[in-house]
Write a protein that binds this ligand. Sequence first.
Ligand code: BG6
Length: 293
Amino acid sequence: MDTQLEIPGVARLATGPCGLPRYEITTPLAEAHIYLHGAHVSHFVPARQAPVLFMSSQSQFQPGRPIRGGVPVIFPWFGPREGFPSHGFARISSWTPESLVQKPGGEVVLTLRLEPDDKARAEWPGSWVLHFRVTVGTALTMELEIENTGSELLRAQDTLHTYFLVQDVRNVSVSGLEGAEYYDQLDRMQLKHQPAEPIRFTGETDRDYINTTSACVIEDPGLRRRIVVEKSGSQSTVVWNPWIAKSKAMPDFGDNEWPHMVCVESGNVFDNTLEIAPGARHISRTLLRTEPI
Ligand code: BG6
């Protein structure tokens, strides 16, 4: 497999902080950075616009640790699991470049691949291959394809744990989840109902919405834009902001960075855990685009 795929003047494998290799993609449509560590998109800037993704200035860029910000790829479990890395091993694994193409319209499509090593096999049952396809254009499209290559049913959870850059989360609203049910991580995982109105942020928020397939819209009057998060193959949406105390407790997140981010994560968690038949594949697809307001 060619691990040195490049498109001269458009996409090159460069060295990011702490020596971690990353793809740097620059076209008239947009700019993006994608690390092999975690298949992590850390940067997406459509032409003449502000960055769409939030990155913490305190992020560590080290093997074995997740990058804080951008889009961590969560697989095969979501959240803490005693004795194992939080949010699974995909985001701290080294992925392999599989293909890199530029479409006639100028979009660049990078595909990375992950197969389990012995450690991953010991941490999660089943045989699988992941392909993560990122399309960089005026929109950013991310597709996580999970292929069950084993002879047993594969159970797994996934999310594209996207950190969005906002001017001040206290002035932001997230719509698309009106009336949905969610588990409140901050209230003993009680199942609650989102009222028929958008989410607004007045404190730490950590909610796992289930059975939700609609697009979400992040309305940010400060940056005068709307970010539209469209998805398919995803039944859950996680909404998270750590607010003050949790920010201080996170070593790789600045104490005062919380107003400038909100996570709206598309995936399949809890009641929506994936069950993939032998030989079958599942694709969780998320498209991010912005509109001026
Ligand atoms: C969110 C969870 O998805 O990720 C939160 O709902 C968690 O509970 C957050 O704090 C960050 O997790 P981590 O492992 O990256 O610190």
